[in-house]
Design a binder for this molecule. Structure first.
Ligand SMILES: [Zn+2]
Length: 64
């Protein structure tokens, strides 16, 4: 599935493992982190979190 980045509008491709997913994803185009809740490939919630630097992203993913 695809969704559009809230930061830059570019499409972000997500694999099958994201059909039911709640957490953060990163836009490859602008490195923004988006918080998403997906169920059966539908977007229930999407929220812009921040522009990421790698160390911040790692810390964020460890908290989940
Ligand atoms: Zn983006």
């Amino acid at each position: 599935m695809k969704l559009n980045c809230l930061g830059c509008g570019n499409p972000v491709s997500l694999g099958e493992e994201y059909e039911d997913y709640s957490g953060s994803i990163r836009c490859n185009a602008c490195s923004a982190i988006l918080k998403v809740t997906l169920k059966e490939s539908k977007i229930l919630e999407m929220e812009f979190l921040r522009f990421a630097i790698p160390s911040v992203e790692e810390a964020f993913e460890r908290r989940i």
